[in-house]
Design a protein around this ligand. Structure first.
Ligand code: ADP
Ligand code: MG
Length: 247
């Protein structure tokens, strides 16, 4: 049953004293691609961080079930092992750790153990999808990477880790058109290779051009205030969020 993949019910989340999510409902079926749109500060990244189990985000009420299990009972590591993955608006730099080492340990941590030879072969294949030179594997993680290269490195990790649910938080923001196209092709390769589910937080339509979108959720002030099919994306791009903010 598709409804059993990810179910979020009446979720309330606070950071410190401030309530950010105020009764959010959202469901995703297995293998589906959903888009979240909403004005700045609506709580979109908070939703992603809460799904990953980041500690500052305190769930004060509501439920999250992932593949039939209570996600809120799991640690961040357990969630990653179950197949959750998120890209970040601002990817971190890790001096002294090469992209290849970082990605290989991440694969091992989620139970995807490979020999060094198999890892390198797989890594080189996925880099081709992203038009990345294999020499990036030997670079220190994100050190001196351009914005576009950081995003490509994240999509590379997505392709290597093969999570069941990937949350992309504004992966396309600040990228030039060529980088957006390549990131979008990488995300499409993830859909095709793993049949995984996607939750894409975005303001732009470009990354969505080549992807099949099953559902769009509009988040305003900590709640889902509207839902629809892919046509909602162009409607919002034409008219903005004003109508939803008044409602
Ligand atoms: P969005 O991603 O939709 O732009 P966010 O989820 O990042 O919105 O933020 C929602 C609200 O929560 C904002 O008012 C933001 O300032 C606040 N917020 C987010 N993260 C933190 C944090 N770590 N500490 C304090 N406030 C935060
Ligand atoms: Mg955000």
């Amino acid at each position: 049953m598709s409804q059993e993949f990810l179910n979020i019910k009446d979720l309330k989340v606070s950071i410190g004293e401030k309530e950010i999510l105020k009764g959010l409902n959202l469901s995703i079926g297995e293998g589906e691609t959903h888009v979240i749109m909403g004005p700045n500060g609506a709580g979109k990244s908070t939703l992603g961080n809460t799904l990953m189990g980041k500690e500052e985000y305190e769930v004060t009420s509501g439920e999250i079930t992932f593949m039939g299990e209570d996600l809120l009972e799991m640690s961040t590591d357990e969630r990653a092992k179950k197949g959750l993955f998120m890209t970040f608006q601002n990817p971190i730099e890790v001096p002294g750790v090469r992209l290849s080492e970082f990605t290989r340990s991440a694969c091992e941590a989620v139970g995807n153990r490979m020999s060094l030879w198999n890892f390198k072969k797989a890594a080189q294949e996925q880099m081709k999808v992203l038009s990345m030179d294999p020499s990036y594997l030997d670079r220190e993680l994100n050190l001196g990477f351009s914005g576009g290269e950081k995003k490509k490195a994240e999509i590379f990790q997505l392709l290597m880790l093969k999570p069941k649910l990937a949350i992309l938080d504004e992966t396309d923001s600040g990228l030039d058109v060529d980088a957006v196209r390549i990131v979008s092709e990488g995300v499409k390769a993830y859909q095709e290779q793993t049949k995984g589910s996607l939750l894409i937080i975005t303001h732009s339509t470009k990354i969505l051009d080549s992807l099949k979108v099953d559902k769009v959720h509009v988040v305003v002030d900590g709640k889902v205030v509207a839902e629809g099919d892919a046509s909602l994306i162009s409607e919002i791009n034409d008219n903005g969020f004003e109508k939803y903010m008044k409602a």
